[in-house]
Design a protein around this ligand. Structure first.
Ligand SMILES: [Ca+2]
Ligand SMILES: [Ca+2]
Length: 156
């Protein structure tokens, strides 16, 4: 970007101003987007936006809601993201029993299963929820048709 078209012309300067203008524009768009989400009740925390639903729904309908908001069900990468009791998170073993995957297709690198979980009660628990958020190990596998609140996460 600093290439000079004519090396003999010392007055030619790189078009830094234009580059800066572009960067500022991109930042502006990002800040505007952030502001819009926060206005709609999203919470900004460590480079992600979170939306906690005020209603309850099945895991699939919860995920659909998140997707429609330009996000997805929360993927938990740290203890700090454990937020509320009986909340859907973006974790499922519906594809293959006992192979838990986040909604982005990744396998959990860290997990916080509650003692004895996941236990797939009656062969019908394929969706992940936060069961007791006050405990560090708070996850439970629950029937996907259960109605829970849910958390959407949008990475920035
Ligand atoms: Ca299961
Ligand atoms: Ca269970």
């Amino acid at each position: 970007m600093f290439a000079l078209t004519d090396s003999s012309d010392t007055t030619t300067t790189p078009d830094c101003e234009a580059i800066m203008k572009n960067l500022t524009k991109e930042e502006d768009i990002k800040m505007n987007e952030l502001a819009r989400y926060i206005q709609r009740g999203w919470i900004y925390f460590k480079h992600s936006l979170y939306y906690v639903s005020s209603t309850e729904n099945t895991w699939n309908d919860s995920r659909e809601d998140c997707l429609q908001r330009g996000a997805d069900l929360v993927i938990i990468n740290s203890r700090e993201e454990q937020l509320k009791n009986r909340t859907w998170i973006g974790l499922t073993d519906a594809e293959k029993e006992q192979t838990w995957k986040w909604v982005d297709g990744t396998t959990p690198t860290i997990s916080f299963w509650y003692i004895g979980e996941p236990n797939n009660v009656d062969g019908g628990e394929d969706c992940g929820e936060i069961y007791f958020y006050k405990r560090e190990n708070s996850w439970n596998d629950a029937p996907c048709g259960r109605k829970n609140v849910w958390i959407c996460e949008k990475n920035l």
